[in-house]
Design a binder for this molecule. Structure first.
Ligand code: ATP
Length: 232
């Protein structure tokens, strides 16, 4: 099976404090991977290293076999990213956001994005700031998917959503996975949020990968370490 993402000995520090250390992961193409860990575990740091927003202090990141450390255009063009605080420009309409995305991306799939948003009942004329939290999350996801990414990276996408918006958001993600061979890496504080949709899981704590592998194996290992499930 081909590899969507590989990190080797990846590390990042802020001042003297290591936020991530010795992170070596290989994620197969087409898998849906949950990155789970408590506050401050290093999840956002890892995702920002993968998406080229941060440069590592040590180690390497390869996306689709290309080095992402230098902000390699080819590698990063194939990565869709929804940040924890997705930076929708609140004063812009959904149509303006799509237009901006189209002007910045070569592989932009405008009809697919418009169809997805229409299916969700989100009007293109709506101002982003006037949409509900769930709708804003769907717009941010539609913009990331319109890039036709090979790797979709979502930083705590469910954190501020109510249960229905969470279900709808994950439904959109899983539809995209079913339609295209796309690898998804998404983070959460809580294993229970993601265990039904993911086939692999990476458990991060204190900046270190504690467990990684197929979801059933990792959950069994996690329960051996922590006893009955309490979260991450
Ligand atoms: P959360 O779930 O709260 O978002 P996280 O797992 O995403 O946490 P990170 O945000 O990656 O964790 O933070 C990892 C560590 O790095 C924490 O100790 C955090 O305080 C520290 N850190 C993160 N960003 C910075 C920064 N810009 N400057 C200094 N320290 C930082």
């Amino acid at each position: 099976m081909s590899t969507a993402l590989e990190t080797k000995g990846l590390g990042m520090r802020y001042g003297r404090t290591w936020a991530l250390r010795g992170c070596s992961l290989r994620l197969p193409t087409g898998s849906v991977i949950a990155l789970v860990g408590p506050n401050g575990a290093g999840k956002t740091t890892l995702l920002q290293l993968i998406t080229g927003l941060l440069r590592p202090a040590e180690g390497t990141v390869e996306v689709l076999g290309r080095d992402a450390r230098t902000g390699s255009a080819e590698a990063l063009a194939r990565v869709g990213f929804v940040a924890q605080e997705h930076p929708l420009y609140r004063g812009m309409s959904v149509a303006d956001l799509l237009r901006m995305g189209r002007s910045l991306n070569l592989r932009w799939d405008q009809p697919m994005a418009e169809r997805r948003l229409a299916d969700l009942g989100i009007p293109l004329t709506a101002r982003a700031g006037a949409l509900s939290g769930g709708q804003q999350a769907q717009v941010a996801l539609a913009l990331a998917l319109a890039k036709r990414p090979a790797l979709l990276v979502l930083d705590e996408p469910l954190a501020n959503l109510d249960p229905i918006a969470r279900r709808d958001f994950m439904r959109t993600v899983m539809t995209a996975v079913a339609e295209d061979e796309i690898t998804v890496l998404l983070s959460s504080h809580v294993i229970a949020d993601l265990e039904n949709v993911c086939d692999r899981l990476v458990l991060l704590r204190g900046g270190r990968v504690r467990l990684a592998g197929a979801i059933d194996d990792v959950l069994a290992g996690h329960r051996r370490l922590t006893g009955p499930r309490t979260g991450a």
